[in-house]
Design a protein. Structure first.
Length: 452
């Protein structure tokens, strides 16, 4: 039975205007030229929090600021709920592949297109507006609420961890609720049972003191691009398993119940081919695509740089080569241990005549949910009511680096309740968020709070 009513059209019109204003701010955290814009987006969240009836401020960090809002009206004895999200976005490049500009939000075919529409401004916005409906004009809630929106999730949340450590008491919460993920399918709501962790590196190869004429020297000295390619080819074996010694040691086997739940979900094979344009699927033998995405670790090469790549031909032996390499991790793999293993592996496969270096960029630990308890139940009911369908438990291949820290540092249960849809082009051109999920998302959250 659906208890979801509708929101007044005038409110929805206002929400659309406000969300568009938020989406127009190019808060690209990775790029220094967008530093001021990123801050502007943080300030925008602070204003929205204040308008929603929370005490709000912008907290400085060594990087982009944190937008923090608090409502303590339930009193010191009542539990506290922490809402987490991020107002920063990924770079919009390549710009020429967008149908409409990334920071000029538009609605086409029932979708809001803009960078950040799904990840994560659009989803954070749902929480801001749900709280505004509940707390605006002096309303109350049975729980205290803290909202923490950071501006550095897309660059690894490096300054958020120290902030959590130094504000443990202020941020203490029974549960953390996060909408920064996708539903299992259109019309099929889901709650997440896992997130993969991440360990990201740069691998540099130096072979000669300078670039060289490939005729004058070719055949005598090492070529950095070739050596890098050889090293990269040692990262996987013929079963597409990661071939780094000890890499799987930390992997905890999943319980039969979770594996069965995954098996019972519709196959992801066809939708993966459709969404990605790949001609066939690859990956670790012995596991289904959903298992490979959710409960198995991976190693990917994210970029390669070496030698001459512009127009025409240039006969050169590159002196240097670089690759970006990242690992998605599952419980209980530890990013620091993976860094040690990668270093040992690279040392072992580096030929004596070249120099290699492994630089750590950022990391986050994997996370596994406790899918139970009153907050989980409330989220489950709310999704069912708003979407008219029983939510499924799903895993997620992506990472939200701070999630494991919320559990460890704050002792809070994390609930991941996403409203974007598969194929939302997160981090890609033409990112979108379903327009009707603006209303459905807010209704879900209103129901969630009302059943606490
Ligand atoms: N919201 C995403 C993670 C995500 C993506 C969850 C798709 C569910 C579906 C998050 O903003 C993200 O992009 N995380 C990064 C890690 C970060 C350190 C760059 C990721 O997973 O690559
Ligand atoms: Mn995100
Ligand atoms: Mn992201």
């Amino acid at each position: 039975m659906s208890s979801a009513t509708q929101l007044p059209q005038s409110d929805l019109d206002r929400y659309r205007r406000e969300l568009f204003e938020f989406l127009e701010i190019p808060s690209v955290s990775a790029r220094s030229e967008f530093r001021d814009a990123t801050r502007t987006a943080g300030a925008w969240v602070v204003d929205a929090l204040a308008a929603a009836g929370l005490e709000a401020r912008l907290v400085e960090t060594a990087g982009h600021p944190i937008a923090l809002g608090e409502w303590r009206g339930a009193g010191p004895e009542a539990p506290t709920l922490l809402v987490y999200g991020h107002y920063d976005v990924q770079p919009p490049d390549p710009l020429e592949l967008w149908t409409s500009p990334p920071f000029a939000p538009t609605v086409r075919d029932g979708r809001i297109y803009a960078r950040g529409a799904a990840d994560d401004k659009g989803q954070l916005f749902l929480h801001l507006k749900a709280l505004e409906r509940l707390l605006g004009n002096g309303g109350t809630l049975p729980v205290n609420v803290v909202v923490l929106a950071e501006g550095e999730e897309e660059v690894g949340s490096t300054n958020l961890r120290p902030f959590l450590e130094s504000h443990r008491e202020q941020l203490a919460a029974e549960a953390v609720i996060i909408s920064d993920s996708v539903m299992f399918g259109a019309g099929q709501p889901s709650l997440l049972f896992s997130l993969r962790g991440l360990a990201y590196f740069e691998l540099r190869v130096r072979a000669t003191g300078t670039d060289l004429h490939s005729g004058t020297y070719g055949g005598t000295v090492p070529n950095a691009a070739v050596v890098l390619a050889r090293i990269l080819s040692t990262l996987h074996d013929s079963d597409e398993r990661v071939a780094i010694e000890g890499f799987y040691d930390g992997v905890r086997e999943w319980d039969e119940e979770t594996r069965r739940a995954i098996r019972e979900l519709p196959s992801r094979e066809e939708s993966l081919l459709r969404e990605t344009g790949a001609r066939g699927l690859t990956g670790e033998r012995g596991y289904s695509p959903l298992e490979r995405l959710w409960i198995r670790p991976t190693c990917e090469v994210n970029g390669i740089l070496s030698g001459y790549v512009k127009e025409g031909a240039k006969t050169v032996i590159p002196a240097e080569a670089m690759a970006k390499i990242s690992f998605r991790l599952v419980p209980d793999q530890d990013p620091e241990e993976v860094a040690r293993l990668l270093r040992a592996h690279v040392t072992q496969v580096t030929p004596p005549e070249v120099e290699t270096e492994v630089v750590e960029l950022h990391s986050g630990r994997p996370w596994r949910a406790r899918p139970e308890g009153p907050y989980f139940e409330a989220a489950h009911h709310a999704l069912r009511n708003a979407f008219g369908r029983e939510p499924v438990l799903a895993g997620e291949g992506g990472s939200i680096p701070i999630v494991a820290d919320f559990e460890d540092l704050l002792g809070a249960q994390v609930i991941l309740l996403g409203f974007a849809l598969p194929g939302a082009n997160v981090h890609a051109p033409d990112e979108w968020f379903p327009f009707d999920h603006l209303e459905k998302g807010i209704l879900t959250l209103l129901d969630f709070y009302s059943s606490l």
